[in-house]
Design a protein around this ligand. Structure first.
Ligand code: GDP
Length: 331
């Protein structure tokens, strides 16, 4: 035992037995930027790793107002009612700038937050995208070791973050709204090609008809796109998160997906590829940090920048010299 809290062994057994307090503490350890916490966190992860990997990992993205938190509340509560344990995590690279996380916020999912089978954790707010990425991944592994059956990872569709979430989940769902005629045209094909399912939300009241029309439009477009997952045809559905309609259908789709991809081997193949990709991403992240924070680079970069801007050297030559100085200093 150390002064700052429970030992790694105590956290390990606490997390494994599904204790909330240990789970929360373990995640805090992962999210900490202190160096001695980093070592403890990695020790803990090493112990927990063999107990992770059994949950179904689902990513949910959509523009603000699409209904993500309402959907997660309905979907998560439904899964809990089936006897499952659900963890909700968030990837929100903007939270540092906005000064507070708008995702995975308990006040946005009050009903689910009170459910003893659910666990909601807001996005780690500190650090760069790479750091948020690592922390969310490691938090996911800890939740799995704690016995959660489904991990929901929420993100706002703002470019980089949905690619990162796609890289850590089995099933990726895009939540959209109706009246998407123009939106559909403008929507990047890229994000549709990441999705294993597209759900048109707010299919209720006067909007129901429109939602069904939108669903058909999406299905027509999907027909021409590259599927996100080999052997799986991405389709559009309608739902009403508010009135809890179509929620069961979404879950059945996810289960169908799981069965199909597990049988074909695509499920395991993707997880292997994701681990490989994660490793590469972390190496790149580390290299970047090491390079840009190196005193020699910090010192010389402005000079080389100015020279390149002034045209007294080429960019390629500037980069080559900078690397030369960097490696010289490292040796
Ligand atoms: P988020 O920003 O994507 O998390 O969206 P929210 O879940 O906060 O929802 C935005 C607004 O849309 C809220 O006022 C919700 O009550 C409303 N909303 C969400 N889902 C539905 C739905 O299925 N039907 C209707 N009519 N309104 C909804």
């Amino acid at each position: 035992k150390n002064a700052s809290g429970p030992s790694v062994e105590e956290l390990f057994s606490g997390v494994l037995s599904g204790e909330r307090k240990s789970l929360a503490r373990a995640i805090t350890l992962i999210e900490s930027n202190a160096e001695h916490h980093f070592k403890q966190a990695q020790e803990l992860l090493h112990l927990l790793l063999p107990h992770s990997g059994k949950a179904l990992r689902i990513g949910i993205t959509g523009v603000p107002g699409a209904g993500k938190s309402t959907f997660i509340e309905a979907f998560g509560s439904y899964l809990c009612s089936l006897g499952m344990k659900v963890a909700v995590l968030a990837v929100d690279p903007s939270s540092k700038i906005s000064g507070g996380s708008i995702l995975g916020d308990k006040t946005r999912m009050e009903q689910l937050a009170r459910n003893p089978r659910a666990f909601i954790r807001p996005s780690p707010s500190s650090g760069k995208l790479g750091g948020v990425h690592r922390k969310t991944r490691e938090t996911m592994l800890i939740c799995e070791a704690a016995g959660f059956d489904v991990i929901l990872i929420e993100t706002v569709g703002v470019g980089q973050s949905e690619v990162i979430v796609r890289e850590m989940v089995d099933f990726f769902m895009l939540l959209v709204l109706t009246g998407a005629g123009d939106e559909l045209q403008g929507m990047k094909k890229g994000i549709m090609e990441l999705a294993d399912g597209i759900c048109i939300n707010k299919a209720d009241g006067d909007n129901k008809r429109n939602a069904e029309k939108t669903m058909k439009e999406y299905n027509q477009i999907l027909h021409f796109l590259q599927p996100a997952t080999k052997g799986w045809g991405t389709k559009a559905y309608t739902c009403s998160a508010l009135y809890e309609e179509g929620i069961k259908n979404v879950w059945n789709t996810v289960k169908d997906f799981e069965e199909t991809t597990k049988k074909s081997g695509v499920f395991a193949e993707r997880r292997r590829a994701q681990t490989k990709e994660w490793l590469r991403a972390m190496i790149i992240d580390q290299l970047q940090t090491d390079f840009f924070y190196h005193p020699v680079v910090k010192d010389l970069l402005p000079k080389f920048e100015n020279e390149a801007i002034a045209g007294s050297t080429t960019v390629t030559a500037a980069v080559a010299s900078l690397f030369e100085k960097y490696f010289e200093a490292k040796n």
